[in-house]
Design a protein around this ligand. Structure first.
Ligand code: COA
Length: 324
């Protein structure tokens, strides 16, 4: 029994925020953002549009692509750090909206690695008897951004991507998943206020402690090392070489990080899926959006060897190897 992605879908809100728009908000420039990050524009959720709204649209597309009904789902896993409410899990709202009457539902909190973590959980459940698991990454990062902090507000965007993972009997599917964490580095990327350590208060909001804080430069260096290491580990675990890969679909945070990783691995850039110029960093949504676009563009076909690679707050890092 092997778990296989049988359908993907994605959704990005209509509103576009360009680098030129940001020039009017903080002391930055289109040139600086493009050169340092590769990002040109990002999407923003409309007022009142929450994480589950984006997720449901992506999920409906993935279900159609997979050719199954919401009623067929056994489990819904939502990777997010920007759920609709602190309680309940946003996955339950999605379960209801989709009409997935038989499905269990819960959220996975692993920041930008959330989709790969959730995919790994889906893989384990399918191997032990489930038939269909819906894995979603959905984020409204604009809700947790300090729009006066130029170090972070230029980086992030909103969006959702989804994949239906189903049981299959052939050699295709998820070959392996690899998950890591190092909580010693928790404060490289964090929202310090609003949780049980520092509950919501006027002070938390006034000091923007309910917004994302990041040590970008330190994160950059660790990210390159982690992505390279876990990619090598993944290929070695499957007795495969970099040359065997058809496409690398990494977390879309910074084009310079991804160029450095590709260079270290000896992977040509045309085998790296890049779409961060149009979406920015959409955290847990970035890999499933990129995966769906790669499928739509015909860059992933039956038999393709695809590697996913993610890193993010926690710190966490993760990868998955798929035979499509
Ligand atoms: N516009 C213009 N200047 C900016 C700026 C902006 N938006 N943001 C920061 N700067 C300035 C800094 O203040 C600093 O100025 P100084 O030298 O006068 O102090 C200078 O640019 C260099 O800052 P630095 O942080 O060293 O830049 P960098 O080359 O590391 O690029 C990031 C910053 C954030 C783009 C980069 O570090 C990055 O992408 N890191 C990884 C972040 C990431 O991936 N996070 C998500 C993980 S899931």
């Amino acid at each position: 029994m092997r778990a296989r992605i049988t359908g993907t879908g994605s959704y990005a809100p209509a509103k576009v925020l360009t680098n030129a728009d940001l020039e009017g908000m903080v002391a930055t420039s289109d040139e600086w953002i493009t050169e340092r990050t590769g990002i040109r524009e990002r999407r923003l959720a409309a007022s009142g549009e929450a994480c589950s709204d984006l997720a449901v649209k992506a999920a409906e597309r993935a279900l159609i692509a997979a050719g199954i009904r919401a009623e067929d789902l056994d489990l819904i896993l939502l990777a997010t750090c920007t759920g609709d409410y602190p309680l309940p899990a946003t996955a339950c709202l999605i379960q209801h909206q989709l009409g997935a009457v038989r499905a269990a539902a819960c959220d996975i909190s692993a920041a930008c690695c959330g989709f790969v973590y959730a995919l790994s959980i889906a893989d384990a459940y399918i191997r032990t008897g489930m038939r269909h698991v819906l894995v979603i990454g959905s984020e409204v990062m604009s809700a947790i951004i300090d729009w006066t902090d130029r170090n972070t507000c230029i980086l992030f965007g909103d969006g959702a991507g989804a994949a239906v993972v189903s049981a299959g009997n052939d050699d295709r599917g998820i070959l392996s998943t690899h998950l890591r964490s190092d909580g010693e580095l928790w404060d490289l990327i964090a929202i310090p206020g609003g949780g049980s350590r520092l509950p919501p208060s006027e002070k938390v909001v006034a000091e923007k402690m309910n917004c994302i804080k990041m040590k970008g430069n330190e994160t950059f260096k660790v990210a390159v090392r982690m992505l390279e290491e876990i990619a090598r580990e993944t290929l070695a675990a499957n007795a495969l070489r970099v040359e065997d890969l058809d496409l690398y679909v990494p977390h879309q945070a910074n084009v310079r990080i991804l160029k450095a990783v590709a260079g270290r691995l000896g992977l040509p850039l045309d085998k790296v899926m890049l779409n961060l110029d149009r979406y920015g960093n959409t955290s847990a949504a970035s890999i499933p959006i990129a995966l769906d676009e790669a499928v739509q563009q015909g860059r992933i076909r039956e038999g393709s060897l695809v590697m996913l690679g993610a890193f993010g707050a926690g710190l966490t890092w993760a990868s998955a190897l798929l035979r499509w």
